[in-house]
Design a protein around this ligand. Structure first.
Ligand SMILES: Nc1nc2c(ncn2[C@@H]2O[C@H](COP(=O)(O)OP(=O)(O)OP(=O)(O)O)[C@@H](O)[C@H]2O)c(=O)[nH]1
Ligand SMILES: [Mg+2]
Length: 216
């Protein structure tokens, strides 16, 4: 099937560039984390509070992926974090070729941890190699606890799942135990964190994990 062949070649080309990206990151001893989630789940909020929590402990840089605008990069830059915005021009995910020039613009020698905010959705970014060392997905309480049923691909493909907005648990129906059981069924190796970017709850455990990743 010619169409399948073309798709496979595109994926192969992406994987080759992703491997080069990872080589570049490794040469600078920079660990890259690909942050995926629905629009509004809290990717930028998690990134910014992670920077604050780890200030003086880890040097963090960021790549912001959006279909358009630089509002997220502006917010992140205001906190003093080196950041590059990538606009995909409507594309629903980052790819390795987009990340490549962004890496060239970042001072990787001064970055221990690179947080890559992917385009907001739970379908396209899953399984796309960028050069990242670790993949995470954020699931936020207002989205409901059934998302792993509907988007199993992304929940299966990650190293960690972050449940965000747990400060809203008293007001919304979200069964944390049922959600955890779903993840454990789909992806038993995934770490699960419960956090609130509003109150800071859970950030010690989350940032300890990131620190361990950077320690190798
Ligand atoms: N109550 C509560 N609100 C939160 C929390 N984290 C983020 N928010 C709010 O949720 C909204 C979206 O947060 P963002 O961090 O912009 O989400 P995002 O995933 O980066 O969104 P996009 O980049 O547009 O996809 C903002 O109004 C945040 O203040 C949280 O832990 N609790
Ligand atoms: Mg954002």
């Amino acid at each position: 099937m010619p169409t399948v062949t073309v798709v496979q070649q595109v994926m192969k080309a992406n994987d080759q560039i992703a491997a080069q990206n990872q080589k570049t990151l490794d040469a600078h001893q920079t660990v890259a984390v690909n942050i995926m989630a629905s629009p509004g789940a809290g990717k930028t909020s998690l990134l910014m509070l992670t920077v604050e929590t780890l200030r003086g402990k880890l040097r963090i840089g960021a790549i912001e992926g959006d279909t358009a605008s630089q509002v997220d990069a502006d917010k992140v830059a205001a906190g003093g974090t080196p950041v590059v915005q990538i606009n995909t021009g409507g594309g629903c995910r980052l790819d390795a070729n987009m990340v490549r020039p962004a890496l060239e613009q970042l001072p990787l020698d001064e970055i221990d941890l690179l947080l890559i905010e992917n385009v907001g959705n739970l379908v396209c970014p899953a399984g796309m190699a960028l050069g990242q060392h670790v993949d995470i997905v954020i699931a936020s309480v207002p989205e409901g606890d059934d998302k792993p049923y509907k988007y199993p691909g992304i929940f299966t493909a990650v190293d960690a799942v972050v449940i965000n907005k747990i400060d809203l648990l008293p007001y919304l129906e979200f069964d944390v135990a049922a959600f955890r059981a779903l993840i454990e069924g789909l992806n038993p190796k995934a770490r699960i964190f419960e956090v609130s970017c509003t109150t800071g709850q859970g950030f010690e455990e989350w940032t300890n994990w990131l620190t361990e990743l950077c320690a190798g």
